[in-house]
Design a protein around this ligand. Structure first.
Ligand SMILES: [Mg+2]
Length: 280
């Protein structure tokens, strides 16, 4: 199927609910993106069900509401679904209450781990850990952080333990603004996984991925809006996460060129639509 060029106004007209990525659609690291305020205003005026679905695990929902508001985007907390919000449930379901956890990320990331019963440890070598949560590139030191985590995991595996490894945000890069790209949590996890694969061949020490393209966030959004996936459309800027994830959850997907450009890389990554702008 060849993606069809479409306008955001047509999507708002044709679908019962709209799912919006945050970074690269509504905001970048510098501020609100063109058209974002007008789109939110249209959705509010039309009383159109919508939700923000983001792989960000560096901000609580309350922090997001405040940041959006400061950027002129009046978005209520019950419309914001972050990959970080899946962390407390992950810790509880995996029996990780009390787990000594190496958390890489912000204060909000630490709070999400604590909410699930994990116990963040001081990042001072040598660390002894039961779990690693890579939430964000910001907050804790990027290189020192991944080196501490790698060393702690190696120490645990050599002692016969298998630490829980969790990655709420599988994104590799994010838009910093002005055409610049930044590495984020998914890239940090890839470095650690590559080193672990050499140290422990065949052990398959890989991170559990919670955010897009896994289905959890999309299905949470569908439940939140009380709409079936087939009546929703996802608007995102990354083929591997927003588009592939939405499509596999049964949700149509529109790509706004940004981190990803559409070129035919197969049906799994094919957006339903191409958007030139999110300005209505
Ligand atoms: Mg994005």
């Amino acid at each position: 199927m060849v993606p069809r060029a479409v306008s955001i106004a047509a999507l708002v007209e044709d679908y019962n609910g709209i799912l919006l990525d945050a970074y690269g659609i509504l905001v970048d690291a510098r501020g609100a993106l063109p058209g974002a305020a007008a789109l939110i205003e249209l959705l509010v005026r039309r009383a159109k069900p919508y939700a923000v679905v983001t792989n960000d695990a560096s901000r609580s929902v309350a922090t997001y509401v405040a940041r959006f508001a400061a950027l002129g985007l009046p978005i209520e907390g019950d419309r914001i679904i972050t990959s970080g919000s899946l962390l407390p449930g992950y810790f509880r379901e995996r029996g990780l209450v009390g787990a000594r956890t190496c958390v890489l990320g912000t204060e909000d990331s630490f709070a999400l781990v604590r909410e699930g019963g994990g116990v963040p440890i001081d990042l001072v070598p040598p660390i002894e850990l039961d779990a690693v949560a890579i939430c964000d590139d910001a907050g804790t030191p990027f290189l020192d952080g991944i080196e501490l985590a790698l060393s702690g995991i190696v120490r645990a595996v050599e002692a016969g333990r298998r630490p829980a490894l969790v990655l709420p945000n599988p994104d590799l890069v994010y838009p910093k603004g002005g055409g610049e790209l930044g590495f984020t949590a998914g890239a940090m996890a890839l470095l650690i996984e590559a080193a672990l694969a050499r140290r422990f061949p065949g052990a398959n020490l890989v991170f559990d991925r919670l955010g897009k393209p896994e289905p959890h966030l999309f299905l949470a959004a569908a439940r939140r809006l009380a709409l079936p996936p087939a009546r929703l459309v996802m608007v995102g800027d990354q083929l591997e996460t927003d588009i592939a994830g939405a499509r596999s959850a049964g949700i149509d997907a529109a790509l706004l060129a940004g981190i990803s450009r559409w070129d035919d890389r197969g049906a799994d990554l094919a957006p339903t639509y191409l958007l030139a702008t999110i300005a209505p």
